[in-house]
Ligand binder design. Sequence first.
Ligand code: 13P
Length: 253
Amino acid sequence: MRKKIIAGNWKMNILPSETAALVKGIAEATKGYSNVDVVCCTPAIDIPAAVAACAGTAVQPGAENAHWEPSGAYTGEISTGMLADAGVKYVIIGHSERRQYFGETDETVCKRTTAVIKAGLTAIVCVGETLAERDAGKVDEVIVRQMKEGLKGLSAADASKLVIAYEPVWAIGTGRTATPEQAQEVHALIRKVLGDLIGIDAAETVRIQYGGSMKPGNAAELLAQKDIDGGLIGGAALKADSFAAIIAAAAAK
Ligand code: 13P
């Protein structure tokens, strides 16, 4: 049995001064849900406030990106060691917005993921096709490539520090969700490719989240699918009540 994991991706929202209230609201509303991992991945500048607010609660702090070098002349970047030192536990890697706007490639995803796991943190590695790729019948091709290139060099020993997020780009922030069947189909493919990469037994232990307009109203049917082990939530993670409702749906599974 894989423990469900619901993570918020705050993206470039929520001020440092607003962070404690949101984390505390989520912690309060989800007290007692010990069968779900709850994570808030925040902008880097919110991390100290998020870490402080998470202390003594079941909510775990996360980041939205990390550089692969341990230190050096990389103006504007943040290393995995810095994140670990600040108290971060999870790091989102390869989000489609980073691929689309900031030059993220499968190769840099691989470097970042390797560095995150080496630092003892858990990587939430995002994969997903665009609408044009889906319409061209290229979903499998895109997912297999992102997985094989992005996770190159990982082994079964890394499985406990790895989460995959399937985020169809056409479903992000659009209100358009993949149907549970569409999502399950890709999640099953992801698990099969993971099996090829790190072995079937290890692949069975890796949590695969769905992301893309997941909301209180559709979370339960998505989370009921065999290979959907959680959610990576954007918009609905910015309010304690909607995020807590999704966590409640996961806890009920
Ligand atoms: P929305 O939930 O706003 O569609 O965003 C999903 C996402 O990109 C999470 O990483």
